[in-house]
Design a protein around this ligand. Sequence first.
Ligand code: MTE
Ligand code: MO
Length: 200
Amino acid sequence: MDVIDTTSIHEEFDGDRLPPGQRRTEQFPVLSKSGVPEWDMETWEFTVTGAVDTDLSLSWSAFTDLPRETQRQDFHCVTGWSRFDNEFAGVPFPALAERAGVRDDAVHVLFRSLDGYSTDLPLEECLREEVLFTFELDGQPLPSEHGGPLRVVTPHKYAYKGAKWVTGVEFLTEPKRGYWEQRGYSTVANPWEEERYSSW
Ligand SMILES: Nc1nc2c(c(=O)[nH]1)N[C@H]1C(S)=C(S)[C@@H](COP(=O)(O)O)O[C@H]1N2
Ligand SMILES: [Mo]
């Protein structure tokens, strides 16, 4: 499959490929609030709820039947490291949103995970091709410590916006804060503006 290169995304934000205050690493550190949760692929279910035309409830095979693509992406952690050129395969957010039909009054999105983690973003920041529900890294199933079977990646944001072990997306008519956002991290989290912490 063709690989779509998203690594020039920094140009849109008038920044260098390595955002300010970041250092590049070849490692892929693991950062989880409470370790790898448990699940069973037989009962694993992905739900789309809230301000949509049709609530969705997708099994693993139904989810992986959605249109997929492979993208080369950079990954920026708010704690200061960046990992370049990750090849993620998965389903772009807009494809999922189209399947559910997003209502006109939706403005915000909350992602929910099996470990109780959540994270939020404005809807317009999610309706981008590079916001990917990914199940493969560099041609292999996504390792469970990095959020497999399914996680979100957000190369235009700090990586805490990418929910690992994601199983739910809720479309909201007003903002709701996620796990780190309730604890002082930025809702918008643009690495080129160094929006690490919330100013309000
Ligand atoms: N479900 C879940 N997703 C999560 C987290 C978490 O604790 N639980 N941590 C976040 C944070 S703070 C970061 S930096 C990235 C780290 O991803 P990695 O462990 O693959 O490097 O995952 C994000 N997604
Ligand atoms: Mo993080």
